[in-house]
Design a binder for this molecule. Sequence first.
Ligand code: ACO
Length: 323
Amino acid sequence: MIRSVVRGNGAALPRRIMKNADFEGMVETSDEWIVQRTGIRQRHVAADDETTASLGEAAARAALDSAGLTPADIDLIVLATSTPNNTFPATAVEIQNRLGMHHGFAFDMQAVCSGFVYAVATADLYIRGGLAKRVLVIGSETFSRILDWNDRSTCVLFGDGAGAIVLEAEEGTGAIADRGVLAASLRSDGVHKDKLFVDGGPSTTGTVGHLRMEGREVFKHAVGMITDVIEATFGQAGITAGDLDWFVPHQANKRIIDASARKLGIAEEKVVVTVDLHGNTSAASVPLALSVAVADGRIKKGDLVLLEAMGGGFTWGAVLLRW
Ligand code: ACO
C-alpha cells in the first residue's frame, strides 16, 4: 500500500521576540502569572513585512532544503491557517507563486489550532488517492494581527510562526513498522463555537475582528477531547501509549499538555514541549515543535510519533506517523 512518508521539515519565526515582562507595562499581568498558568515565557511577533505568506514560504523552503527537493518536485501545497494574508485567494496559492511554482495545486485549510493535524490527514488522503505524489504541508499563522492587545486574558497567550513538512508517496507493507502516516482521527463540534472565535468576518461584520476566548471553558473540555481522539487513533493502529517514541501535542498550555500525557500514560520524557519558546502559534505549533525536536536530535528516522491538536470550533484530532 501507499504510505505518506515525511521526507523533510522546516520552520520559520519572526525576528522579534516578546518576553512575558514586555507585557507588564501594557496590561495588568506578570511574568509569574503567565508562566504559572500557561508555561509560556516568550513568543515571536511578526513585523509589518512578515506575514503568514512570507513565514509560510520560509518554512516551506527550509523543508524543501532538508528533503533535498525543489518546488518543481511538489504537486500540492496544503496550508493550515486561520490568519490568511487576504480573505481570498488562498494564502497557499500566494506561497505557491512565491516559490515560483506554476504547476500542481494549492489550498488553505481552516481548523484553527487543529489545522496542521487536519492538513496532514488530508494530504495523506490526496497521496493515497493518487492525486499527488509530494505534498508540502504548512502551518503558518500571524495571530498577533487578530489579538485584542488590551485583553490580558488572550493577548499573552499567542505567538506567530510557521512550520512545514514534505510528505512523499512511498510503497509500504501496510504494517505498523512502515514509515509514514499510520492512522488519523479528526473531530469537530460546532456547539462550542462561541467559546473560542474571532468576532468579525467577510460575511458578517465585513471586518477582520479579534480573537475572543472563554479560557476556562476551553480548558475544561481540552483534556477529555484530546485523550478520546488519541485513544481512537491508538485503537486504529493497534498500539498503546508505551509504543510511542514521541508525543508532539499542540502547544497551547503546559498544564493541558501535562494533564493529557498523564491521563494517557505517556512518560514525561517523551513529550515535546515548546510552548515556553513560541506561545500558542495555532496551526504552526505542531510543525514548530517537530522542527525543534528534529533539530536537537530527539526525533529520528523510524521513530513512532503522535501529533495532536485541539482548537476553535471546537476542532480536534490526532495523527500517528513513523518518522
Ligand atoms: N495576567 C494576570 N491575570 C490574568 C490574566 C493575565 N494575563 N489573564 C486572566 N487573568 C485573571 C483572570 O481575570 C482571573 O481573575 P478573577 O479570578 O479575578 O476573575 C484569574 O486570572 C484566573 O483566570 P482563569 O481564566 O480562571 O485562569 P486559568 O487558570 O483558567 O488560566 C488560561 C487561563 C491560561 C487562558 C487557561 O484557561 C487556558 O489555557 N485555557 C485554554 C486555552 C487553550 O488551550 N486554547 C487552545 C485552543 S487555542 C485556538 O484554537 C486558537
